[in-house]
Ligand binder design. Sequence first.
Ligand code: ZN
Length: 652
Amino acid sequence: MTEQTFDYKIEQFADLQLLRYQVPGFESLTLKQKKLVYYLSEAALEGRDILFDQNGKFNLQIRKLLEAIYLHFQGDRSTADFQAMVIYMKRVWFSNGIHHHYACDKFVPGFSPDYMKGVLASMDEKILPLEEGETVEMMCDKLFPVIFDPLVMPKRVNQTDGDDLVLTSAANYYEGVTQQEAEDYYAALKKADDPEPIMFGMNSRLVKKDGKVQEEVWKIGGKYSKAIEKIVGWLEKAETVAENDAQKEVIRLLVEFYRSGDLKVFDTYSIAWLKDTESRVDFVNGFIESYGDPLGMKASWESIVNFKDLEATHRTEVISSNAQWFEDHSPVDARFKKKQVKGVSAKVITAAILGGDLYPSTAIGINLPNSNWIRSVHGSKSVTIGNLTDAYNKAARGNGFREEFVYSDVERTLLDKYADITDDLHTDLHECLGHGSGQLLPGVDPDALKAYGSTIEEARADLFGLYYLPDRKMIELGLVPDAEAYKAEYYSYMMNGLMTQLVRIEPGCNVEEAHMRNRQLIARWALKRGEAENVLEMKVCNGKTYVCVNDYARLRELFGGLLAEIQRIKSEGDFDAARSLVEEYGVKVDPVLHTEVLERYRKLNLAPYKGFVNPVYTPEYDAHGEITDVKVSYTEGYAEQMLRYSRDYSNL
Ligand code: ZN
């Protein structure tokens, strides 16, 4: 399909928009590489149910219930109630559960318990997802409070300072244990001076059984075994078409980890994975993101399969090959700098499939592994996902957003001219250099910042990128066209952090998600410092608030100052300073400005959150059952894809 005819937009509902992405270059992969992508993409889809269950213990049954109604209900499907139930189902699909994927609060259904009861009464109970020994009545008694009662499981992840974060979070990572018990359990496992500490608790649910706190490990023979067996089956096929021995070993180690649940093996796997930089095809498949656990330990399941975008990778290679220069010249205290920045590898990738916690809502950059000791000894692997960013940009052309929120034509011209470049570059700097920079002082617990750790870490990486965008080095390296370009990113970063990201927050709510907290923290902090010396300001014209940046050069110095402080907090494990920074700048929302932004945004009729439907890969076989080619197509719709996944990959 050509640029002109490819339709990036699929559908829009609630606060969500579904897009498609293209996979340019797939056709020119070798047959062996195509097979590898295909097998790994099947492995990526087999774990879908794991994430639903991790996000809440009733999610799978609720999803199956909604799908059964959607597929089999014979009554009037044109009513507002039924349509509201369809929207609710689509939101559950998007969030992999009943809580908002980003804001974490529970969806409010637009239909009543009585309506749903009536629908269920009209249906054959054989097609309903009843558990063993369960009647429809028992299922309703169990699930209806979960779906309808705003007081039951209200938040997937609760970060409210002072609450018992474990007991008050609906995520399914703990059962019957308090925050104190969870913290004590893991504190007892940690050895103070272990130079290579495994990520305790990462691949398990912590439960209290018979009065004893214990782990249910996610592995073959353990929890989620059925899904993991399927994943492993595809991984073993992938191993037979690996591009080289290094990649074969990566896959073998991952399989060993899925079989044993041994976190030491996971570390060995992670090191092998980050050192495999030669293979064209690469993938993530496993328990990775810890944002879903209020204590930041338990990792949600996700997968992405991708291959290197050779042209765009040149850009990130230039950045990473200069990593030491950036580390040496950063404004942080010398004690907190790495003497040697190791192995910051970076590439631009083309996503071929998204799964688990990367689907349908996805990251546009990835930096792994998460283990602190591996990062400091072996470095990390950084990627930015070129074809997804491109799809976002193309889908957003001409949607009226900049006309509404950007202060004047001066800034709009800057954004039109440079924003695509500087936005990518900021992501590259964040992923390739930001997360990999700096070091902890000896003896500092990597988890010392606890619930504030994620926000501080994201702020550190963002600030590193912001600080360097205007640097002369950027022009020298040929990464920006001129000395003005950085202003586009500065303006859009401040506008987003101070105002426009608020479109993602419900009225009356605070900022919860780590990346959003980080952006608001940086922007509010800079505004507070900058206002006094007229570096930047919030201007009101005709009842509309705008961000104005008057002195971009001075704003850079402010970013540098905050970077130094944030690095100190991380390096020293200064929990109190992390808490006060995040709580003072990152969390609270100005209700008047919030209302205004929501109102202006509503009129544009845009969705604040976007996600992607995957392409479909179809193998072609010869008479002996050998794959002769793999074809990619982009025609599947959203409900169509979700229902197919629920049918073909329903493992739990
Ligand atoms: Zn990050």
